[in-house]
Design a protein around this ligand. Structure first.
Ligand code: UDP
Length: 245
């Protein structure tokens, strides 16, 4: 059995959520000085990689690319791939906080609005008292503030750097500073801090199970309709995709 499933030229390792958490736990235990970058690969990232060589390089350099988005798993199934479940940034963050609560993992939270960032950290302290939050910064900073944020993360030396700046900005940001960050693992998690803070709601489990999370997001945040036009285009292109010879 192949160890990864190719979606439009991107090899997605065939990992479940449990395996992903176990892999990241080992990375933390090894205390490697090299940053392990996790990309939760959704259709938008896969489509952007077709045009953007810089994003493709970031994806190629990542330690792990997981299947975010029902579309990725669906295309895998229809093309005989081995991806069995979604590993979304939001689910992964919640699982890491649960595990971190037991193992006293440390986190630095970068991104989202100031009030959301503050509230997310309060929620973590209440729900996951064993987790150590070593620092946080909102995501609406200027370019000339970046170096100071990088230095703060470097001093904090968290096990996990959580970057909620939106895709693919988070992925480029992590890659740009990967040699300076002094975190074991860095993950771009989209709008997960908004969910953690209670600003936006995750689709109910039944919608997720029926692969309708995209519809729930569209109904609750109609302004995203333009972004979601990419989903049918992704499905059509990914199903017909042929590797260039
Ligand atoms: N965000 C940020 N800085 C920015 C733009 C966005 O911190 O300059 C945050 C925003 O507040 C939200 C997250 O990034 O918390 C993006 O959420 P979205 O659901 O759009 O994520 P995506 O699906 O684009 O990865």
């Amino acid at each position: 059995m192949s160890q990864s499933t190719n979606i439009m030229g991107i090899p997605f390792p065939n990992v479940t959520m449990d395996q992903t958490v176990a892999i990241l736990g080992k990375v933390v235990d090894q205390e490697s000085t090299e940053l392990f970058h996790v990309i939760t690969g959704n259709p938008e990232i896969v489509m952007s990689c077709q045009k953007s060589t810089s994003l493709r390089q970031v994806v190629d350099q990542a330690g792990l690319v997981t299947a975010d988005g029902a579309g990725i798993v669906m295309v895998s199934r229809l093309r005989g791939g081995q991806l069995t479940e979604r590993v979304t940034g939001c689910d992964l963050l919640f699982r890491l906080l649960e595990e971190g609560n037991r193992k006293h993992w440390s986190f630095y939270m970068l991104g989202a609005e100031e009030s959301v960032s503050e509230q997310a950290v309060k929620v973590i302290a209440q729900r996951y008292p064993g987790v150590v939050v070593k620092g946080r910064h909102h995501g609406f900073f200027q370019a000339d503030e970046e170096q100071q944020i990088v230095e703060e993360i470097c001093t904090a030396q968290p096990d996990f750097l959580i970057v909620a700046l939106g895709a693919p900005h988070a992925e480029h940001w992590i890659n740009k500073y990967r040699h300076q960050l002094s975190a074991h693992v860095a993950i771009g998690v989209g709008g997960s801090l908004d969910i953690l803070a209670g600003k936006t709601k995750r689709a109910p489990a039944i919608w997720q199970k029926l692969n309708l999370e995209w519809l729930y997001r569209l109904l609750s945040q109609p302004s995203r309709w333009r972004r979601q036009l990419i989903l049918p285009r992704f499905a059509a292109r990914a199903l017909l995709f042929r590797e260039p010879k």
